[in-house]
Design a protein. Structure first.
Length: 131
């Protein structure tokens, strides 16, 4: 049986209604694919605390986790990701790519222009159709 990994990602929107997108670094698994920033949920940690902690660690800014946006699972060759994406606002600082190669802000209608990590694709599709 494949290991199931519980992961959170932030849907961080700025004042221009753009979404923060992060390019995975060459040394990361799924390198050079885009994702919504976040990471693994630690034991006894809820998803909202986890996304706030992960964004601080990865992007050196503080966010407020607001509400669950989307939840989906994706099966990779050796593991399964259970991805919880959470709508967030930046409350302090500016995102800096500590672990990623690059960060960009994109309008929802332009998200499909990037090559996304497979687990993130359903989230992108949901964002595009959302009003």
């Amino acid at each position: 049986m494949k290991k199931i990994i519980k992961v959170v990602a932030g849907i961080i929107e700025n004042e221009n209604n753009e979404i923060l997108c992060a390019l995975r670094a060459p040394e990361m698994t799924l390198s050079n694919l885009w994702e919504f920033p976040g990471g693994k949920v630690e034991k006894k940690e809820d998803i909202y605390t986890a996304v706030e902690r992960e964004i601080f660690e990865e992007l050196n800014c503080r966010i407020e986790a607001k509400e669950l946006f989307h939840n989906n699972s994706h099966e990779y060759d050796s593991f399964i990701i259970n991805l919880f994406t959470i709508s967030c606002n930046i409350i302090d600082g500016t995102p800096i790519p500590n672990e990623h190669s690059k960060l960009i802000w994109l309008k929802k209608e332009n998200l499909e222009s990037l090559k996304w990590a497979p687990a993130d694709i359903p989230v992108v599709e949901h964002l595009i159709v959302e009003k």
